[in-house]
Each structure stands twice: as C-alpha cells, then as structure tokens.
Design a protein around this ligand. Structure first.
Ligand SMILES: [Zn+2]
Ligand SMILES: [Zn+2]
Length: 265
C-alpha cells in the first residue's frame, strides 16, 4: 500500500469512528444537525484537497527533487540514519505548523482566512478540515522554505500527515472522553480539551494552544493553557458572525474578503 493510500484510509477510518462516537457520547449535546454540519465542512475539505493536489503537489515535488539532487538542506547534508532523519523531520514539521498557526493569529491578513476555521460554533471532527482555500495554499507555499532548509522529502511530509491527521481529527471532535484520559494524553499530544480552549470565544483562550500534534511546543513557547477562564465557555468568534457567515459554503468562502469581519482577536 502506498503512503498516500495509508493516509487516506487512516483519515477515513478515524473520522468514521469519531463520528459514531460523537453521536453516542457527545461532549456538547446541544449540537444540532451533525450530518449537515459535517457535510458542509467535508465539502470544503474535499475542494481544498483537490485544489492542493492540482496546484501544490507537483510544485512541492519539484522543490524536493531540486534540493535532493543538490544535496540541499540540513538532513541531506547530515546523512543521518533513516529513523533519526524521520524523527527530526517530524519534529521540524510540527514546530513549523506551530509557528505558522501562531502567525495566523497575529497577522491580520492571515487571520482573514484562518477565521473560517474558528467561526464554527459547533466544533466536531469535521471542523478539522474546515479551512479556507486561501489558508491552504499559503500554508502549502510555506512548505517550500521548510523543504529547502531541512532537506525534507515528500515522504516525510506524508508520514507526518499519517500521524498528525488522526490526532487533529481527534482533538477537534465532540467526543466526551474521561477527564483523566485527556489529562494524561495532553502531556504528549494536543487533546480535545486543549483544542476546545483554542476555539473559545474568549480571546485569551483562542490565543493559546497553537500546537497541532505534540503539545510540547505550547509548553516551550509559553502558550499552553489548560484551564478555562470561566464557566461560560462558548465556541466560535462571537455575535459579530451571523448565522449565514458560518452556515453556508458561499458565506465561508467570501468571509476573508468581507471588510466587516477582519478584526484580529
Ligand atoms: Zn487557530
Ligand atoms: Zn482547530
């Protein structure tokens, strides 16, 4: 089986398990229309995957080939054993994801796109693929310096996704898990509790917990938050976002270009 096929089946498998779990053991039982909500987010995710495949994959493959034949980049230069190379590659990609995510919350131009992910008021596993195509393309382009500096291969990027995507689906899910399990897991990975705080309406909580896979980056770079600030926890970006902004594909697509809502947290 190819790495792409493993990635595809791990995402489909994890999403299916979480979707069933979310219906049986929901964290928020107030979520309405989970099927329509998931279909809308998945439609956005499929559109993004298709455009990325057409526009980004060949470009990144070309950059990797260019770096490989010139032995460009740290990992190409160091000639480490494959397992150590892979571990360093996974850590460098995950750190880059952290920094990129943090930039999305700091720079108004990037926040315009990233708000599409955050205005979901009924977060579940499908929110993990709810991104504006603008953010996906910009994020893909930032992989070019990453490949060049570290000498990463496309295989490194796909293996990272095989490990990270199920965790990202899990921490967006509306699955109720025991607090003790969340507490244990958060020493290693980003858990539903940590990422729920990142999707809070309150700016102090939204501007924390930027990590994607390993929670260590938030701890090291002082953005780790494990306690809700008060009991009135709400998901989303508040009342400024009307229902039509976040409940139609057209509304989500045009949100970054609207001058009404581009204030950063
Ligand atoms: Zn965010
Ligand atoms: Zn998220």
């Amino acid at each position: 089986m190819t790495l792409e096929a493993i990635k595809f089946f791990s995402v489909i498998g994890m999403f299916s398990l979480l979707f069933i779990g979310e219906q049986l053991f929901p964290y928020f039982s107030t979520h309405r229309q989970p099927f329509i909500h998931a279909l809308r987010n998945i439609a956005l995710g499929l559109f993004n995957s298709l455009v990325s495949l057409i526009l980004l994959f060949t470009l990144l493959k070309g950059v990797e080939h260019w770096a490989d034949i010139r032995q460009f980049g740290l990992l190409n230069q160091l000639q480490l054993n494959a397992a150590i190379s892979l571990i360093l590659a996974l850590l460098s990609i995950d750190l880059w994801q952290y920094l990129w995510h943090r930039m999305n919350h700091r720079l108004p131009m990037l926040w315009r796109f990233h708000q599409v992910h955050h205005c979901d008021t009924e977060m579940d596993a499908s929110t993990a693929v709810r991104f504006h195509i603008g953010e996906i393309l910009l994020s893909g382009l930032t992989k070019i310096p990453l490949i060049l500096i570290f000498g990463l291969s496309i295989e490194h990027l796909i293996i990272y996704e095989i490990i990270a995507l199920p965790v990202i689906l899990f921490h967006h899910s509306n699955l109720r898990i025991p607090a003790s399990l969340d507490h244990l897991l958060r020493y290693f990975i980003v858990t539903p509790h940590l990422h729920r705080l990142h999707h809070s309406e309150q700016a102090e909580e939204t501007n924390s917990n930027y990590s994607s896979l390993f929670s260590v980056w938030d701890r090291l770079l002082l953005s780790f938050q494990s306690q809700a600030l008060d009991d009135h926890f709400k998901l989303g970006l508040g009342k400024a976002y009307s229902q039509s902004d976040h409940s139609s594909l057209g509304g989500l697509f045009s949100l970054p270009f609207s001058n009404k809502y581009h204030t950063i947290n």
